[in-house]
Design a protein around this ligand. Sequence first.
Ligand code: GTP
Ligand code: MG
Length: 151
Amino acid sequence: LERTFIAIKPDGVQRGLVSEILSRFERKGFKLVAIKLVVPSKEFAQKHYHDLKDRPFFNGLCDFLSSGPVLAMVWEGEGVIKYGRKLIGATDPQKSEPGTIRGDLAVVVGRNIIHGSDGPETAKAEIALWFEPRDLVSYTSNEEKWIYGVN
Ligand code: GTP
Ligand code: MG
C-alpha cells in the first residue's frame, strides 16, 4: 500500500489541533504507520523545503517550521498521497474548500497548519528524511477488510 508523509506544523500543534487532524485521517480509513513530535533545526527545515529555496518566503518558512514542535507522521492507504492532499486542501487557506483541514482550520498561507507530500517521489524522499526505516510499523488492522472489502 501507498505511504505519504504528513506533518502538523508548529501552528497546528500550538493551537491544539493535533487530535482534530489525526481523527480526520483515521476516520477516512487511512492507517498510521509512524509518528513523532520533533523540533526541527533550521538546517533540517531547509532540507525539507529545498524545492522552494529560490522563493522569497523560503527563509521565513524555514524559520517558522523550526520554531516549535512539529508532529511528523507516515500514513498508509490506497491513494493516500493524492487523497491526503485533498483532505488538507489548497495551499492558501483562503482558497481551500470548507470541509478541508486548511479550509476549516486556517486563514493565511504562511500559517496553514499542515504539510503533505505532493507525489510519490516526494513522499519517498520526505519519509526517508524524517524517519528511520525501523520507525515505520507494518501491521494489519482488523478494519481493513471493512474499508477495502477484501476477505
Ligand atoms: P506543503 O504541504 O506545506 O508543502 O504545502 P503545499 O504543497 O500546499 O505548498 P508548497 O509546497 O508550494 O509550499 C510549501 C509551504 O510554503 C506552504 O504550505 C506555505 O506554508 C508556504 N508558502 C507557499 N506559498 C507561499 C506564499 O506565497 N507566501 C508564504 N508566506 N508562504 C507560502
Ligand atoms: Mg508542498
